[in-house]
Design a protein around this ligand. Sequence first.
Ligand SMILES: C[C@](O)(CO)[C@H](O)COP(=O)(O)OP(=O)(O)OC[C@H]1O[C@@H](n2ccc(N)nc2=O)[C@H](O)[C@@H]1O
Ligand SMILES: Nc1ncnc2c1ncn2[C@@H]1O[C@H](COP(=O)(O)OP(=O)(O)OP(=O)(O)O)[C@@H](O)[C@H]1O
Length: 323
Amino acid sequence: MKSYSLRSPAKINLYLEIVGDRPDGFHELATVFQSIDLADLVHVRSGMQGVIQVECAAEGVPNDASNLAYRAAALMSERFPEAFAKFGGVAIEIEKRIPVAAGLAGGSGNGAAVLVGLDLAWGLGLTQGELQELAAELGSDVPFCVGGGTALATGRGEVLDPLAGVDQVWLVLAKYRSLGVSTPWAYQTYRAQFGAEYARTPEAQAARHTAAKSGPLVRSLQALAAGDRAGLSALRPLLRNDLERVVLPAHPQIAQLRDLLDRLAPLGAMMSGSGPSVFALAESASQAQEIQAAARSALPDPDLEFWVTQFSAAGIRPVNQSV
Ligand SMILES: C[C@](O)(CO)[C@H](O)COP(=O)(O)OP(=O)(O)OC[C@H]1O[C@@H](n2ccc(N)nc2=O)[C@H](O)[C@@H]1O
Ligand SMILES: Nc1ncnc2c1ncn2[C@@H]1O[C@H](COP(=O)(O)OP(=O)(O)OP(=O)(O)O)[C@@H](O)[C@H]1O
């Protein structure tokens, strides 16, 4: 019976431009993903009498076939039925540290962890590209979660251009515990309100992709990755998240939190993904702690949670194995 424990890190979006519509009903994006050092632990064990089981004690996480970790195991069992039969089923246990439904790709990361865990447990030797193709069948954020680090993504978010890993950047994450934002709602509302701005032709969409790929944010991140700390202070005006245009007016609490963090953080603040998490960038751990303390005293609400963490170059990583 083989068992793997994998770290499944959260992501933030430093940039999220909605470029246009897609024939599949999704949106064409240009986005910059960044892994952070806040991670779930996913235990994947084969040898469970031909069934898939998932267990997670965290509130709001389903323990049935709708869990992304379960869906990942089901996908692997369909694609590799001989391995599934040989090793006899999959048991998954998730230790949740990433806040749920937060815009941090927690579930997506868990799905990616199960793909990587079963590849190892079943000795399949899949390439990163093959794992990312399977990941794309589970969700738009899942392919990035496989490799993590820093990447520019286009398509639905599944076409990845990895960038050099950036580290030594800290952040404060903040989220109202009881607030959730539906990702389909955010995209549908955006289409209804701002669809007239979409790039209509493939050429116009490609031009926006190229502009993002060679734009100032990617250049600043590359400078930072090469050790030029001046790139850090350049980031503030370059952060972008188009989904803020619909989520912030609908949720004044998130708008207030985002504005407060943006005032407190010299490097700026932004909502991640479809929210409701907001992040503020910081030059050092101590600056991040100061921002967190100031935000806590300005908004003393027990429903508001904070984390101080940093950028990470790591994707899904096994931390333990037993045979
Ligand atoms: C907001 C982000 O987290 C930013 O990284 C992602 O774009 C969403 O990624 P995700 O949660 O993995 O999304 P999926 O599970 O693939 O899709 C959820 C829903 O979001 C919408 N969606 C998602 C991605 C995309 N490029 N266009 C979309 O319109 C679709 O309505 C879809 O039904
Ligand atoms: N393994 C999982 N962990 C957390 N949520 C899960 C998981 N599997 C399915 N879900 C469902 O997915 C919903 C979104 O949770 P998740 O934590 O992945 O949100 P998110 O960070 O906004 O994701 P993304 O950024 O990929 O859209 C939850 O409300 C939950 O019902």
